[in-house]
Write a protein that binds this ligand. Structure first.
Ligand code: GRF
Length: 196
């Protein structure tokens, strides 16, 4: 019998990438894997509802509970996250709109097994508001990248990329809307490439 690879998602918000992948698994478009859990650092993330609707276990590890003097107390937060991850036994960890940087301990523990999606054609426009950065730079194309997570933010080896045009009059919102379905497709493509 085929043993399916276990994917755990880390999310902070809307969860559309998570949902698209979970649905691709469900329809059989993405085979050989199962989505075994979702961890949200944000108790108000829409992704939580989406996971519940899909019947996928979801756990909230509220990062606000680990803020001291306006700063995330990374060591205890990451320790809890590591314990939680270990209990879910992931083969792959997918970051999808996870708004915190992962600490080196987790990155090392799951080296080469953590993926992230970023809304630009990396190595261009790392960091936040990548779509806006592309508009401001006057680009006529941008896109998204799924890459391995390393300690360098948005800097790990790229697995899959796809492009979208930037149209005259585009705003961050219109461009993000055009890009989002391409992100979903690209994440599925990337998983098909790496999972075996
Ligand atoms: C996506 O644009 C992704 O590229 C970025 O954060 C957004 C998350 O969207 N890292 P969602 O939560 O998957 O809908």
């Amino acid at each position: 019998m085929e043993v399916k690879k276990r994917i755990v998602f880390l999310v902070s918000g809307r969860g559309s990438n998570f949902e698209a992948i979970a649905r691709a698994v469900r329809t059989g478009e993405l085979s050989g894997v199962e989505v075994v859990g979702v961890i949200s650092n944000n108790p108000n993330a829409l992704a939580i509802e989406k996971a519940q609707q899909l019947g996928i276990p979801v756990v909230v590890l509220n990062s606000d509970d680990f803020f001291r003097e306006g700063k995330l107390d990374r060591i205890p937060y990451e320790k809890k996250l590591l314990t939680l991850l270990a209990s879910m036994k992931p083969d792959w960890i997918c970051l999808a709109g996870y708004m915190l940087l992962l600490g080196s301990e987790i990155i090392e523990a799951y080296s080469g097994k953590i993926l992230n999606i970023h809304p630009s054609l990396l190595p261009q426009f790392r960091g936040v508001r990548a779509q806006q950065q592309a508009i401001e730079a006057g680009c006529t194309w941008t896109g998204c990248s799924v890459h391995y997570v390393t300690v360098e933010m948005d800097g790990g080896p790229i697995i899959a990329q796809n492009k979208v045009p930037i149209l005259k009059g585009d705003t961050e919102k219109t461009l993000s809307e055009r890009l989002l379905p391409i992100e979903h497709k690209t994440y599925v493509e990337a998983l098909k490439k790496v999972i075996r």
